[in-house]
Design a protein around this ligand. Structure first.
Ligand SMILES: [Zn+2]
Length: 232
């Protein structure tokens, strides 16, 4: 009798469009708009998370054979834990979402407003290495306006998560639509993924461009106007 052994990867393949995770390799999957989080993600405090991450990161360093008694290395597990929770992944916690106040559009400015070249640093959720890019966001007021720096803060909040660029683009767009109570928003992101440039295929010249054109922006003339603005 031949017993078919189902490997862990074959079991996973059902969720990966029939491919095994090994076959998919470096090709990035995008599974949905929401960042996949466990329901109990915030039952543990940030302080506890940092303590746990420090222990686990120390274990990774130990496994790799690094000597944690070395003066240069011994603080690294705590530094990494603090950096993860307080800085580069702080956007996972809804408590850190920027508080946004809206104002009446007293100037009666009815054209597109573009906040361009917003530099952001994110991290690829498949490799945990940086994504470095620029975001351009635009909206047409539906009667309310938002403080300009808040546009930057919304980009930074969603960037500070393990990300894929498609999701980052759409999360920023959805947030702007909700806050500004309009479909008329656009987001363009041009970013370099270090998982592509510093390892793997090692392409240092390519960048990835994603866009979202909602409402009045979903129109060739508006897209051309926006692109013209970005080229100034
Ligand atoms: Zn990656």
């Amino acid at each position: 009798m031949i017993t078919k052994v189902i490997t862990k990867q074959q079991k996973e393949s059902k969720n990966l469009n029939g491919f095994t995770s090994e076959e998919i390799g470096d090709d990035h999957l995008f599974t949905g708009l929401e960042t996949p989080m466990k329901p109990d993600a915030f039952k543990v405090s940030d302080i506890e998370k940092k303590e746990k991450i420090a222990i686990l990161f120390e274990e990774i360093m130990n496994v790799m054979g690094l000597d944690l008694n070395d003066d240069s290395l011994k603080g690294t597990p705590e530094r990494v834990a603090k950096m993860y929770i307080d800085e580069i992944f702080s956007g996972l916690n809804p408590a850190n979402k920027p508080k946004v106040a809206l104002f009446d559009n007293k100037y009666q400015y009815n054209q597109m407003l573009v906040e361009k070249n917003i530099t952001f640093y994110s991290n690829c959720e498949h490799h945990f290495v940086p994504i470095i890019g620029k975001a351009h966001v635009a909206y047409i007021s539906s009667g309310k306006v938002i403080g300009l720096s808040k546009l930057n803060r919304i980009v930074q909040y969603y960037a500070k998560r393990p990300q894929v660029q498609e999701r980052l683009t759409n999360q920023i767009a959805e947030e702007l639509k909700n806050i500004l109570e309009t479909e008329d928003v656009a987001v363009i992101i041009d970013a370099k993924h270090l998982c592509v440039s510093s390892r793997g295929v090692k392409d240092d010249t390519s960048s990835t461009v994603t866009s979202y054109f909602g409402g009045k922006f979903n129109n060739q003339a508006k897209i051309a106007e926006l692109q013209n603005t970005l080229n100034y």
